[in-house]
Ligand binder design. Sequence first.
Ligand code: NAD
Length: 304
Amino acid sequence: MTEKAALGFIGLGRMGAPMTRRLIEAGHALTLFDTDERALAPLLELGATRAASPAAVADAVEVVLLSLPTPEIVLAVAGGPGGLIEGRRLRTVIDLSTTGPKGSQALAALLAGHGIETIDAPVSGGVAGAAKGTLAVMAAGKAAQLEALRPVLECFGRVFVAGAEPGMGQTIKVINNLMSVTALAMASEALVLGRASGLDPDVMIDIINASSGRNNATEDKFPRFVLPRSFDFGFALGLSDKDTRLCLEHSDALGMPMIVGSAARQVLKIALATQGAEADLTTIVKPLEGWMGVEVKGRKAEER
Ligand code: NAD
């Protein structure tokens, strides 16, 4: 077996933990940091090494991956006290977090000042995709750097090169996520309307998925997480709020109105105000159900 590069990983949450597990299984030695001790424990059991700070990770390895909640946290981990820029070995940061084009450009500028390259590589495909290695990886960075690190990114799924400039991967990522939330918001309104009209949720989903209204929400999120009432898709409302904000800030910066996307964000805002930032994205349907006094509950939930 050829020697696999030692890597650092910071942010071992819903996405970071399964991605780290895949890197360990592929034969990489991992040095880890997370502010939450509970996130570290299961990965240390797999043989990974704990570091005391981002700077300590950057002292141990040349390549560090990040999977952190917001652009503000990414910048603090990179440039704050005990941050990555204080480490001596680090050469490249791969940011898997969703930080938007502006956040990614700020990170690249900060790190470039310390001789560190940045690859933005936000991902799509959820917690299940992170575990199975079936994510879409939207990479941007210098071609030579990207090619050298492609085998690492391929541990997570299919790698798409969005462009050479920092932020290009982030641009398509936040566009994708606004589309995804818009589909979910529309599907929520549609399914609640149908239920309030006396239609059976399982029958509605079958019909829509054989018809032109189908989308990711009707094919995946409704049948797997809403109809069974498990609401455990694994993506927090607060993070989705951040993603849609980043996309609309970007469209604003370009002077482009996004009418449908802005409306979908308001549906998300109502869910956020009533369910809280930690609630699952799929609970977006609940306020609409409350208004109409119905539940979009499927046969599987009834059987429980
Ligand atoms: P999460 O909240 O589950 O995990 C974030 C992790 O970062 C936690 O373990 C937390 O303790 C750690 N953390 C927070 N602040 C830190 C700091 N200052 N230093 C070190 N560690 C810190 O979030 P997630 O769902 O895994 O998402 C991570 C990123 O991936 C986000 O940017 C999100 O938008 C994106 N994303 C998530 C999904 C999904 O389905 N969950 C899908 C695609 C992209």
